[in-house]
Design a protein around this ligand. Structure first.
Ligand code: PMP
Length: 355
């Protein structure tokens, strides 16, 4: 027997709509205002809650886009194996949607990526191979390993998220228009990190097509080359490294080649960690490091252009997949990282100095 709802109980309208596949749960994520940072900067700082996708990250959109595109092109048929090199999130999306459509998944991941993502991939029934980190020019690079594995299988399909434009198209067709509609066209700025480039390229194209005045800012970690690429047109990178996962690129992928980027900033791990803990302590948001760098970028953009802007960024994934790292004090200490507990004002001041 169904209990009668008391007046005080919330009624979830979503309960009235019925859907019959996990794919239908991808996208249409809420746009969340970050009140404290909005007040402190005088801008609307808004963030797409991509951690609410069914596979827990923004990359569910990429996975759905790539799978649907390959099916339409006749490249992917039930019984086949999807193979991909990934920081983990795309793999989780591929494994999840793959299961629902009759594909198995073989994932190649750098051993530096979090154990939680590997565990989750295996929970979805994916086979995971971990490889040592190697530059793109090395045949041992995780991408090349994935491509060769796909070629060696009788029915392998290489998703190729870095250079497969179905990735960027998914953001062009969904993330970008959602941001436009959710802000009722008032968005002035979009800020994002870059891994494959799918998010920043697809969203920048969609928003600038609707209003060419929308500005797009890249938030890059140390050790990556995209800051130099968009600022100076070269692929130089500093000697630094970063604890971030899923972002930080050394080459211009096919997806990145379509990115319309106006400005960029480079954030050190010390400020990223501080923002990560600010978001947890003040907003109750437990997130991954790429979400934190994105919010750093949104604040830096607010400080550059001054009050009155409507700045949208992405909360890429949740903190549960980094418990053993970002939320483990021993791990942080081993990385020489300290959560200093800066006040909100001190955090803003530190971000204002970032170039
Ligand atoms: N954040 C996380 C956690 C990711 O896994 C990824 C994807 N590699 C990104 C950000 C970057 O997104 P994109 O690949 O669209 O550039």
């Amino acid at each position: 027997m169904t209990a009668r709802l008391q007046d005080s109980q919330p009624v979830f309208s979503a309960a009235r709509s019925v859907t019959d596949s996990v794919s239908a749960l991808v996208g249409n994520t809420p746009l969340l205002r970050l009140p404290r940072l909005s007040e402190l900067t005088g801008c609307e700082i808004l963030a797409k809650a991509e951690f609410m996708n069914p596979g827990g990250s923004v990359k569910d959109r990429t996975a759905l886009g790539i799978i649907s595109d390959a099916e339409q092109a006749g490249l992917l048929k039930p019984g086949m194996t999807i193979v991909e090199g990934t920081a983990g999130n795309t793999g989780i999306g591929l494994a999840m949607i793959g299961r629902s459509r009759g594909y198995s998944t073989l994932i190649v991941m750098n051993e530096t990526q979090s154990k939680e993502k590997v565990d989750l991939l295996r929970a979805y029934g994916a086979e995971v191979r971990r490889v040592t980190v190697a530059p793109y020019t090395d045949p041992g690079n995780y991408n090349h390993v994935a491509r060769r594995l796909a070629e060696s299988l009788p029915s392998g399909f290489w998703a190729n998220q870095f250079d497969n434009l179905a990735n960027r198209r998914a953001h062009y067709l969904t993330t970008g228009p959602e941001i436009w509609n959710q802000t009722e066209g008032s968005v002035t700025d979009f800020v994002s990190g870059l891994g494959t480039g799918g998010t920043i390229a697809g969203v920048s194209q969609a928003l600038k097509e609707r209003n060419p005045k929308v500005r797009v800012t890249l938030a890059d970690p140390y050790g990556a080359s995209m800051w130099s690429h968009f600022k100076y047109g070269n692929l130089d990178h500093d000697e630094g490294d970063s604890i971030t996962e899923g972002i930080g690129q050394a080459r211009i992928t096919q997806n990145t080649a379509g990115a319309l980027v106006d400005d960029c900033y480079r954030f050190a791990d010390s400020v990223i960690i501080e923002m990560l803990y600010h978001l947890r302590n003040v907003e109750g948001l437990c997130l991954g490091s790429s979400s934190a760098i994105n919010v750093c970028g949104a604040v830096r953009t607010a400080l550059k252009y001054g009050p009155g802007q409507t700045i949208v960024t992405i909360l890429c994934d949740g903190g549960a997949r980094y418990l053993s790292k970002l939320f483990n004090p021993e791990w942080l200490t081993a990385q020489n990282l300290v959560v200093r507990g800066l006040s909100d004002e001190e955090l803003i001041r530190e971000i204002s100095r970032v170039e």
